[in-house]
Ligand binder design. Structure first.
Ligand code: FAD
Length: 553
């Protein structure tokens, strides 16, 4: 049975409390997942614990781009742009099923932040720093070419534009693919398992954590030689509960970022747009199947870290930004069909505005041995993991007088990619689509599966073929097959785990959920043997998330 199967939970819990791990990672977002994979590939025994579902924090609430951060050039962050820019292509090659090239249009507008010369120079430097391949380098457009590329733009404001490439992903899927890769290398990854405190040896060095199983309320201790705190926006909460001292002067400062989703028919952009809001901040509008999502805001946040919400003000700011650059679109609040809000765990710098705070990552080392890592971006997760694993390995090498391997993730294909090249993956999608037609599945569903699970689509298809004879509503069957896959391979314990973080359906296919959510919850409770109380809890939590995605506070 796969190590991330929901059915493996009790055996994983027995294992986690009986072993002493080389490394324990706290936090199942992209940072923690990347560290678990890097360390497992170097041969360390690794456990990762996440207090909610995997990717429940910021890593399911981003703009979902693998990008170098064009706007950071304005802050002269050349090193950062180079580092994450180069990572884009690596991630694309290592996981082409979850990382896709995305054409972007940067319109140049009257009184905008960037003029024609600065846009062209900026995109040129961006291509150079990110080592962009010739076919994907920037192309500057005249006014008429820009308006042809995007007829929705206000013709009297546009003076030209630039076409360039970024990459698009599905953030929580990327986390899952990294975790599955780590689990395939023997890492033990548990969701709904919260670190509630640290344990120390006689010299006041950390030697593990106290933990709480969030599904049944039982308490445990987990022993490890080294503990890494990769808790995203919660990093300081854990640092403050450690009795050691580090550079506590340096703190996190959370900023909130909101996205709203509208039907594609209301904002039918021909490619992704990266444009100036009236206050000169830069905003994305990204089309995706039947919807377009718009984001993001960037405001300081000091409220409940667990439940950031989209305010009416956030939403109207984004709609207004779109309306200010487009002709005849006039988005209104009623157009919003979903939304999400996330928190950036950034390093505080005196006197800087939210957008000026650096997106660089930073490591804090406590006198107790606790290593904390925060800041950074989804795109740079592999490099962040490499940095902290180098530190972990050198500590172990000094203690045990051994030599450990260097980082091995640079060319490591993620789980669903197996050994596919980019071209082979394209051929795979075509062949699976024709198989789907024969099995009676809509080709779009198959494409979604390949984009989510890569080569594992074969396993989902086999599950579908197995249930094809069962007495299940035809429309429901592919979703039941997918749910069964996720329970067996991706530690799904609640309906929200499946509909939000495994499939993104709450944001991108919300129209299907009124009909699908109850039967899927029914199936989930049968699969997991949930009591009537837990079944209701799973449904109620989903309904809360479903409402929250539309409630503007
Ligand atoms: P998280 O994803 O928050 O993970 C930390 C995890 O730790 C959480 O799941 C939490 O539940 C868990 N945890 C906390 N406390 C405990 C505990 N005591 N025990 C166990 N687990 C615990 N980056 C990009 O590259 N591209 C983008 O397009 C992009 N867009 C963004 C848009 C927005 C609005 C935001 C907010 C960020 C964006 N980013 C983007 C940045 C990127 O999303 C983050 O840098 C990244 O997701 C942070 O990942 P993380 O693992 O450090 O934190």
């Amino acid at each position: 049975m796969f190590r991330l199967s929901s059915f493996q939970r009790s055996s994983l819990i027995s294992e986690i409390q009986s072993k002493t791990f080389d490394l324990l990672v706290i936090g199942g977002g992209i940072t923690g997942a990347g560290i678990a994979l890097d360390a497992a590939l170097r041969g360390l025994s690794v456990a990762l614990i996440e207090k909610n579902d995997f990717a429940w924090g910021t890593s399911s609430r981003s703009t979902k781009l693998i990008h170098g951060g064009l706007r950071y050039l304005k802050q002269f962050e050349f090193r950062l742009v180079h580092e994450v820019g180069v990572e884009r292509r690596r991630l694309f090659e290592n996981a082409p099923h979850v990382v896709k090239a995305e054409r972007m249009l940067l319109p140049i507008v009257k009184n905008g932040t960037l003029g024609k010369f600065t846009s062209s120079l900026g995109l040129f430097i961006y291509d150079y720093l990110a080592e962009v391949e010739s076919g994907e380098r920037r192309k500057m457009l005249a006014k008429n070419e820009t308006c042809k590329s995007e007829p929705l733009l206000k013709k009297d404001r546009v003076t030209g534009g630039g076409l360039y490439y970024e990459y698009r992903t599905d953030d929580s899927r990327l986390v899952m693919e990294v975790l599955k890769s780590a689990a395939a290398e023997s890492a033990l990854c548990l969701n709904y398992f919260e670190a509630t405190g640290f344990t120390y040896n006689a010299e006041d060095k950390i030697n593990g954590v106290k933990a709480l199983d969030q599904l049944d309320g039982k308490a445990y201790t987990v022993s490890a030689g080294i503990v890494v705190n990769a808790a995203g926006p919660w990093v300081d909460k854990l640092r403050n509960s450690d009795k050691g001292e580090d550079e506590k002067g340096k703190k996190l400062r959370q900023t909130k970022g909101v996205h709203v989703v509208v039907p594609y028919s209301r904002l039918p952009v021909k490619q992704s747009l990266y444009f100036d809001a009236p206050d000169k901040r830069m905003i994305f509008a990204i089309p995706r199947q039947d919807i377009t999502y718009i984001g993001t805001t960037d405001t300081f946040y000091g409220d409940d870290l667990d439940f950031p919400v989209t305010s009416k003000e956030d939403a109207l700011y984004l709609l207004n930004a779109v309306n200010s650059i487009t002709d005849g679109v006039n988005l209104v609040q009623e157009d919003i069909i979903s939304s999400w809000a996330g928190l950036r765990p950034l390093i505080y710098e005196e006197g800087k505005s939210p957008s000026e705070l650096s997106r660089k990552d930073e490591i804090f080392i406590s006198s107790t041995g606790l290593l904390s890592i925060a800041g950074g971006k989804l795109t740079g997760y592999r490099k962040m993991a490499e940095k902290i694993c180098d530190l972990v390995c050198s500590t172990i090498e000094n203690k045990r007088h051994i030599k450990l391997p260097k980082c091995k993730t640079i060319n490591h294909k993620l789980f669903g990619t197996k050994t596919f090249s980019i071209k082979e993956l394209e051929e795979y999608i075509i062949s699976k689509k024709s198989e789907a037609v024969k099995s009676g599945i809509h080709p779009q569903i198959i494409e979604n599966w390949v984009n989510r699970y890569g080569a594992e689509t074969d396993v989902v298809l086999a599950l579908f073929n197995k249930i094809n004879s069962e007495k299940i509503n035809t429309q429901l069957k592919p979703f039941i097959a997918e749910l069964r896959y996720c329970v067996n391979h991706e530690s799904v314990h609640t309906l929200s785990d499946f509909l939000i973080r495994r499939t993104g359906m709450l944001y991108f296919e919300r129209n299907l959920l009124a009909e699908l959510s109850r039967p899927l919850n029914e199936e989930l409770s049968v699969l997991l043997g949930l009591s009537a109380e837990l079944k209701k809890k799973s449904m109620d939590e989903f309904l809360r998330d479903y409402d929250q995605a539309l409630q503007l506070k």
